[in-house]
Design a protein around this ligand. Structure first.
Ligand SMILES: [Zn+2]
Length: 458
């Protein structure tokens, strides 16, 4: 067995308690936490003792919504560099995700613990056409096809199932029934309403923006069977609907109450709209832009070239500028989603901070730092941290293994320079990351990654 490690004098945010402990001690034995104390722990013989005075220890972070097949090996490393030691892949063809998992477990690839849902289970017609759809989705054409499609996903060791936008309410319900509680079922839904999914026994919803839309936005904006997620019209409809959303309307209140009562996890993914929050110039100057991953950059370059946009110096961020009033509308729609998050939290609901890391900006890992900022504004820094640690572990049903610094769980933690409870942005100052008791150096990981040449030139 590896030597024990004793961390001393650290400010401890354990993921469970409301307040931090000052000058705490953490004993790691093998790949698990062996003891956690408010004061000193006598050093066992042969233990490596690390004094962390002035630093904060937080549980290894969990991103509950990523797409590892879209982000390449660099994306996996970016999670580790940002203190993220566990991720749930929320949509990938089974054979692809099983291979990523194998490569991570064997140590061939450096990255976080990987839990996975398997493919996005979509309706008869694909809601996500194109290259992303090809690596992420699986159509479920009819009830009769459920066992032949979903059975093998469960047999392959999926940790969860993910319902997708084009499933009708009866098909969604039939899949939830087929899963029979063996694994949690989550969904990025659209044809099926959140209220219907909650009633059918769904365990989570992904993305505040589209998944609760039909219950919180006025009737004239709602999606129905046949609504396409493609194109500008869909985005405009989402924005208009969110701007008009009324959370005190009976349907919205009833959804929030039902989600809280049944502990349905809300994966927030608000950072997707960070570009609107930062503004074009803010995004262009953002140092996170350095780490837009090569795989996604290459895809965007192809699209930019096809649209004759490569002369735009910011094609890695966006293809064409939207009007200022559109940006302002998106920014206000994001505030409404933060308000939904706050209301759900205050009703006792389970808020968890996934990111949908599969998009260009913010890049993987850094996207969870942005999600934390948005969550902290909505529900406070400590609750935001729990949304990406212990609460996320509950949503994944992995609370025996991850999400808290407490005896018995995996020794996954991030050492932070500074105090994230004073300023959540301190979570970016990660000086060390432990996964299963093994230490990694975030700066060394970042130093070896390629820099987005588009940013370097800017
Ligand atoms: Zn996603």
């Amino acid at each position: 067995m590896a030597a024990e490690i004793l961390l001393t004098n650290v400010r401890l945010i354990d993921g469970l308690h409301d307040a931090p402990l000052e000058r705490a001690s953490i004993l790691i034995r093998g790949d698990r936490f062996a003891a956690v104390e408010a004061g000193p722990i006598p050093a066992p013989a042969g233990a490596r003792v690390i004094d962390l005075a002035g630093k904060t220890a937080a549980p290894g972070l969990i991103d509950t919504h990523v797409h590892t097949v879209a982000i390449g090996d660099e994306g996996l490393k970016l999670f580790m560099a940002n203190g993220i030691t566990s991720v749930r892949d929320c949509g990938a063809r089974l054979e692809l995700i099983v291979e990523v998992k194998r490569a991570l477990l064997s140590g061939e690839k450096l990255g976080p613990r990987l839990y996975f849902c398997g493919p996005l289970l979509d309706g008869a017609v694909s809601s996500l056409p194109g290259p992303s759809g090809a690596i992420m989705t699986q159509n479920v054409p009819a009830r009769e096809s459920i066992p032949a499609i979903v059975g093998p996903i469960l047999d392959a060791g999926a940790d969860c199932l993910k319902l997708y936008f084009g499933l009708t309410a009866d098909m969604g319900e039939a899949i939830i029934r087929y899963a029979g509680g063996r694994v949690p079922v989550t969904g990025h839904i659209g044809f099926m309403r959140a209220s219907e999914a909650v009633k059918a026994g769904i365990n989570g919803l992904e993305h505040i923006s589209p998944s609760v839309f039909n219950d919180v936005c006025p009737a004239q904006f709602r999606f129905g069977a046949g609504t396409s997620m493609a194109g500008r019209q869909f985005v405009e409809r989402l924005r208009a609907g969110w701007l008009a959303a009324d959370f005190s309307a009976p349907e919205a209140r009833s959804l929030i109450d039902a989600m809280a009562r049944r502990e349905v996890a809300m994966g927030t993914t608000m950072n997707i709209n960070w570009l609107f929050r930062a503004g074009y110039d803010g995004a262009a100057r953002d140092p996170d832009r350095r780490y837009i991953v090569p795989k996604i950059l290459a895809d965007r370059k192809k699209v930019a070239a096809a649209q004759d946009k490569l002369s735009n110096p910011d094609w890695d961020l966006y293809f064409s500028r939207l009007a200022p009033e559109v940006i302002e509308g998106e920014r206000r729609a994001l505030e409404k989603q933060q308000e939904f998050c706050r209301r759900l939290y205050e009703a006792g609901g389970l808020v968890v901070g996934g990111t949908d890391a599969a998009i260009n900006y913010p890049p993987p890992g850094f996207s969870l730092m942005r999600e934390l900022e948005l969550l902290a504004e909505a529900i406070g820094a400590m609750n935001a941290l729990r949304a990406v640690t212990s609460k996320a572990a509950i949503a994944l049903r992995k609370q025996d293994d991850i999400g808290a610094i407490t005896p018995g769980r995996f020794a996954d933690l991030a050492v932070i320079d500074g105090d994230p409870l004073r300023d959540i942005k301190a979570m970016r100052q990660v000086s060390a990351v432990f996964k299963g008791g093994v230490a990694y150096d975030p700066k060394a990981i970042l130093a070896e990654l390629p820099v987005n040449p588009n940013y370097a030139e800017a």
